[in-house]
Design a protein around this ligand. Structure first.
Ligand code: ATP
Ligand code: MG
Length: 213
């Protein structure tokens, strides 16, 4: 499966999610290729930290910053992998557009903040455009950095706002704002690997993975 984690909005957790998903698919025994499509190179840095620390399994990771190269390389090498996870970078880029033409699924992380919800319209337009030239792109909106307090209405309000965008299916497996997510990705690990173990963060990621794969 080719899965892009993308949103034209920055700082919504794309890289954090892409790194966690790639590692967990590899730990499940899949041949995984993580593609960093962002010039910032954060996903690649996380995977370098992982390999320098000698953590197994290693993750195949490449950086392609322009759309034509990304597309050509996935066409050329993609067949060797079970799963390809693309971190497409935080703005409208040729890499993001190319990723959408290749992917089976797009996950759009967004935070429960008004600006993030409004910004869904930009990525929704790109989904429309990709679907106008090809069939078979599933697009999911995923609440990330969700408010961990059950009493908060921020999450449900943000989730409800997704209904305004028929392009997306809302994934009812949000990831909350938890230090473990930030710490794990920064150490090149998934939240299931990192110590101390965060039971709630692990359960959230597990629920998302079960829903997706
Ligand atoms: N669920 C979470 N809980 C806590 N912190 C998180 C979570 N998700 C992401 N973060 C933190 O939020 C910040 C932004 O995350 P990340 O870099 O993954 O976003 P991004 O969408 O890839 O950003 P950019 O657009 O700059 O590429 C980082 O500091 C990251 O550690
Ligand atoms: Mg990023």
């Amino acid at each position: 499966m080719i899965l892009t984690v993308g949103n034209t909005k920055g700082g919504v957790g794309k890289t954090t999610l892409a790194v966690n998903l790639a590692i967990e698919r590899a730990r499940a025994g899949r041949d995984v290729w993580l593609i960093d499509g962002d010039r910032q190179g954060t996903a690649e840095t996380a995977i370098s930290i992982r390999s320098e620390a000698g953590i197994s399994p290693g993750i195949a990771c490449s950086s392609f910053h322009d759309g034509p190269t990304l597309r050509a390389q996935v066409k050329l090498q993609g067949g060797k992998y079970d799963d390809i996870i693309i971190d497409a970078g935080g703005r409208d880029s040729t890499a993001l557009r190319a990723a959408l033409t290749l992917s089976d699924a797009l996950i759009v992380p967004f935070a429960p903040r008004s600006y993030d919800v409004w910004a869904l319209s930009d990525i929704a337009e790109l989904v429309d455009e990709a679907r106008s030239v090809r069939d078979g792109l599933s697009a999911y909106a995923l609440l990330n950095l969700a408010e961990p307090k059950a009493s908060s209405t921020d999450n449900s309000e943000a989730a409800a706002a997704v209904a305004d965008f028929p392009q997306f299916e809302y994934l009812n497996t949000p990831l909350s704002r938890r230090k473990a997510f930030a710490n794990a990705a920064g150490a090149g690990q998934s939240v299931m690997e990192i110590k101390p173990h965060d039971r709630k963060a692990t359960a959230e990621l597990q629920a998302l993975i079960s829903r997706l794969f």
